[in-house]
Each structure stands twice: as structure tokens, then as C-alpha cells.
Design a protein around this ligand. Structure first.
Ligand SMILES: *Cc1c(COP(=O)(O)O)cnc(C)c1O
Length: 467
């Protein structure tokens, strides 16, 4: 009892600890209340331990300050943090899908903390429209007559259905009633938009005659084709090409909408990616084409709508357009990204998503070898081997495409691959890897050259880490 009283009297005072110069470092980056709270918690934890009889001595000031700085570092970590993607999945849905180009992120940075011409026509010195910001460049790059941008492709789908077909039937093949994940299901979006889904055909076969047979004047609002982004129906199948649907649409004066999802703008079939491009879709005669900004386009999260001006104008003036509108940072990134597509060859190099998809196996092997050497030099105890592997586009795009890639497999004596993976996630810049066959695999397709050192760093931290 006596001892306990003595221990309690020896507890450091919060105000005293706050004077410790090792904490001064934190005052620049951390809100003062957070520091005071952390010091108070550390002292209170000590008091509680003494009262429970769990401690025989008060830790030294050094020990206490170390605890506090550790806790502060933990609290200072943002919830939304940078990570290194070593999974080889280019559009990793959980890791933020597309990585912006350097050009696009510079544009965002410049616009974010200044005033800008969001709704201001600088030449006229008068009010402008945010819809005009990207329309010109999107039309130039895709060949469309008109364009607009909304928050994501889900919003684009909702807007197009509400604006063009509310209260009318929209005809969709049963083979294309997709669920994209995150509760985006075509039948549900359709009913929310006020349009009525009219299914035609079967899961594996739909013919043009099926569309024609359900058409009725004044009842049919649109024909819609949905790209089966994240699955393929194989075997005994038949579907209607967009061009034939477009022809039928023209004959019957029904708009043809194509929800293409991925938004590919450059032909990548040379690189093993067999997906239609936006320009192909417009050339095939679709009246309205919708796609995501952060899938194969390689830009920010957005939904891009391109097509005939009369339809786009109806969407621009629809009340939902305001609810779905994008902010200045998204517009900055979109404008910069689309501008990069004016020179397609450079786009393949400068837009990270395209660069990663088009990376040649030799290049990836060389990067894997370099990483293996760097890792062995920094952590001699690890078993490190370069390994051929298969990568994916991801993000619900090109589900059957496998890209031949390279990675580095790593094993640590006395530590399971699962434990190693967990430790790599605890690094200051977490490294997200693949695990299996009792090894972790660092896939280098999705790691930039300048990130290799940080990835090595994660292994260095993991070596000293605990579980
Ligand atoms: C991905 C996708 C969507 C949803 O796009 P988000 O930008 O994620 O909202 C809708 N339709 C198709 C066909 C898709 O591939």
C-alpha cells in the first residue's frame, strides 16, 4: 500500500512531460490537443497500472517519451494512406483503381488550392459552365459530337436512363444484366431511374429479332447494350453486335445506349487486351456511350457520357445532373488525362494504367531482377527468387485477359508467408503483396521504378517487426 502511494507520487505530471523537447518535433505536424491527449493517456495508463498493482516501478522519462511518440506516430497516420501495390492487378478496386498520371496529379494540385475558372468564362469575363470544361477535349479525343462528365459510370447510367427513358421500356439482353459489384446491378439501376427493364433473349443467346419483336411505338424508350465487363459467356452463344443494334435503333427511331464500362481509348490488342474502344463504339453508331474515368482510361473517378448532342443536352439539363456533377479536382484530372490522349503513343508511356498494361515481359523481368538484388543487399537473410507470374487488368475489366509478368518470391526463415505479409502491411508505406505456396510474391508490374526502394524498406521494417 505504502509502495503504491510512493509510486503514485512519482508519476510524471502531464505539463512536465509536455515540455520534453522530443515532443516539440510533433508540434509542427500534429494538433496540440492530440499531443496533450496522448500524454494524458500515457500517464493515466501508468496510474491505472500502479493502482492494479501491476507495476513495481515508474518507467524512466525516456521510456515514457518513447511510448508517447510511438502512440503519436500511430495517431498521425491517415486513414486514407498511400500504399505500394505489388499485386500485379493494375486496376485494383480496393487500392483506388487507376493511378493518375504525373500530368493529371499536377493539374489537380494546382487547381486544388487556388481559385479557378470552374464556372467562369475568362475571355468573356462572365459566367461559364463547368460542363464546358472537358467537353471539347473529350469530343476531340473520342470523335463524339457532345460529352459530359458525372461522378462515376453508375451515375452516368442512372442519368442517361432517367433523362432518355423515364416511364418507358429499355430493352436489354438477358446475357448482359450485369452486376459490377458494390451493388451496381443493371435491373436495380433501371428501376431506380424510373425506366422499365424489358429483358430479351436468353442468357447465352440473343438475336436482333428479339429486340425488334418487343419494340412498340411510344413504349420503347431505348435499346441498351451493356458490356459484360467482368465475365464472359462462352460456348454456344450469340449476341447482337452494337452496329446491328444501332441500325435497328435508327430504323425505329429509338436511341441506342452502350454502357461500356472500361473506357478504353487506345487499341491495346497488340498487348493482349481484346476490348472495344470508345471510338469503335461511336463508329458502330451508338447514340450514347458511357464509361468510367478510372478504369482503362486511366484518369480520376468519373463517368463520361459521349454521343449525340440532342441526348447529351437533355442529360445536362436534367435535375440529376446537378446531384451527380463532378468537382474541380476531378475536372482538372480529366482534362489533363484526355489531353494526353492527343498523342496516343505518348499516352501509352505517360498514363500509368496503359504503361503498366503495355509493359513488356523483358522489362518486367529486368525490374524484378533489380528488385531482387536490392532486397538481397538490404536483407541478406531472405530467400529471394525471380519468378514468372500472371497479372490481371482488374477493376472488373478484361476478366479473361492474363498478362505475362514477373515478380520476386520472398521467404523468410522461421516466419510464415502470412505473417510476413502482415508485417509488410505495417510498414510506414505499406507494401501489399500476393501470398501463396508459402511465400510472398512481389509482383513488379504495378510497382513503379521509383517505388522499389520503398518496397525494400517495407521488408527492412518487417525484419525487425513483431507479428
Ligand atoms: C465498372 C462498370 C460500371 C460502374 O462504373 P463505376 O465508374 O464504378 O461507377 C457500370 N457499368 C459497367 C459495364 C462497368 O464495367
Amino acid at each position: 500500500m505504502e509502495d503504491r502511494q510512493a509510486l503514485l507520487r512519482g508519476l510524471p505530471k502531464v505539463d512536465e512531460v509536455l515540455q520534453d523537447e522530443r515532443l516539440f518535433l510533433f508540434f509542427e505536424s500534429t494538433p496540440r490537443p492530440l499531443i496533450v491527449e496522448t500524454v494524458r493517456e500515457a500517464v493515466e495508463d501508468l496510474r491505472a497500472a500502479v493502482l492494479r498493482g501491476e507495476t513495481e516501478r515508474i518507467p524512466s522519462r525516456d521510456e515514457l517519451v518513447e511510448r508517447i511518440t510511438g502512440a503519436l506516430t500511430e495517431k498521425n497516420r491517415r486513414v486514407l494512406r498511400r500504399v505500394l501495390n505489388a499485386t500485379g492487378v493494375v486496376l485494383h478496386t480496393n487500392l483506388g483503381r487507376a493511378r493518375l498520371s504525373a500530368e493529371a496529379s499536377r493539374a489537380v494540385g494546382e487547381i486544388a488550392d487556388s481559385y479557378c475558372t470552374l464556372e467562369y468564362d475568362i475571355r468573356a469575363g462572365a459566367r461559364g459552365s463547368r460542363q464546358d470544361i472537358v467537353e471539347g477535349i473529350v469530343c476531340r479525343v473520342t470523335g463524339a459530337e457532345a460529352a459530359m462528365a458525372v461522378n462515376n459510370n453508375a451515375a452516368a447510367t442512372m442519368l442517361v436512363l432517367a433523362a432518355l427513358a423515364r416511364g418507358q421500356e429499355v430493352v436489354v439482353s438477358r446475357g448482359e444484366l450485369v452486376e459490377i459489384g458494390g451493388s451496381f446491378r443493371i435491373p436495380d439501376v433501371m428501376s431506380e431511374s424510373g425506366a422499365v427493364l424489358r429483358e430479351v433473349g436468353t442468357t447465352n443467346k440473343t438475336r436482333l429479332a428479339d429486340y425488334r419483336s418487343v419494340w412498340a411505338s411510344g413504349v420503347t424508350g431505348a435499346f441498351m447494350k451493356v458490356h459484360t465487363s467482368n465475365y464472359r459467356i462462352v460456348g454456344f452463344t450469340e449476341d447482337v453486335p452494337l452496329a446491328s443494334m444501332a441500325e435497328l435503333g435508327r430504323e425505329l427511331s429509338v436511341p441506342v445506349i452502350y454502357d461500356m464500362g472500361n473506357g478504353l481509348l487506345a487499341d491495346l490488342s497488340r498487348y493482349g487486351l481484346e476490348e472495344p474502344t470508345v471510338t469503335d463504339a461511336l463508329k458502330a453508331g451508338a447514340d450514347v456511350v458511357l464509361f468510367s474515368g478510372d478504369k482503362l482510361l486511366g484518369g480520376p473517378q468519373a463517368g463520361i457520357i459521349v454521343g449525340r448532342k440532342t441526348y447529351i443536352d437533355r442529360m445536362k439539363s436534367h435535375p440529376l445532373a446537378r446531384a451527380f456533377r463532378v468537382d474541380k479536382m476531378t475536372l482538372a484530372a480529366l482534362e489533363a488525362t484526355f489531353t494526353q490522349y492527343i498523342d496516343r503513343d505518348r499516352a501509352l508511356k505517360d498514363i500509368p494504367v496503359l504503361r503498366m498494361i503495355c509493359a513488356k515481359p523483358e522489362e518486367l523481368r529486368a525490374r524484378a531482377e533489380r528488385f531482387g538484388e536490392m532486397l538481397t543487399a538490404a536483407c541478406p537473410g531472405l530467400r529471394v527468387e525471380v519468378e514468372a507470374c500472371e497479372d490481371q487488368v482488374g477493376g472488373g475489366s478484361a476478366p479473361t485477359s492474363r498478362l505475362p509478368g514477373f515478380g520476386v518470391s520472398v521467404r523468410q526463415e522461421g516466419l510464415s508467408a502470412q505473417k510476413l505479409e502482415r508485417r509488410l502491411r505495417k510498414a510506414p508505406v505499406p507494401l501489399i503483396v500476393r501470398v501463396g505456396h508459402d511465400r510472398v510474391l512481389v509482383d513488379v508490374r504495378t510497382l513503379a521504378e521509383e517505388e522499389l526502394a520503398l518496397a525494400v524498406e517495407a521488408f527492412v521494417c518487417a525484419k525487425g517487426g513483431e507479428n
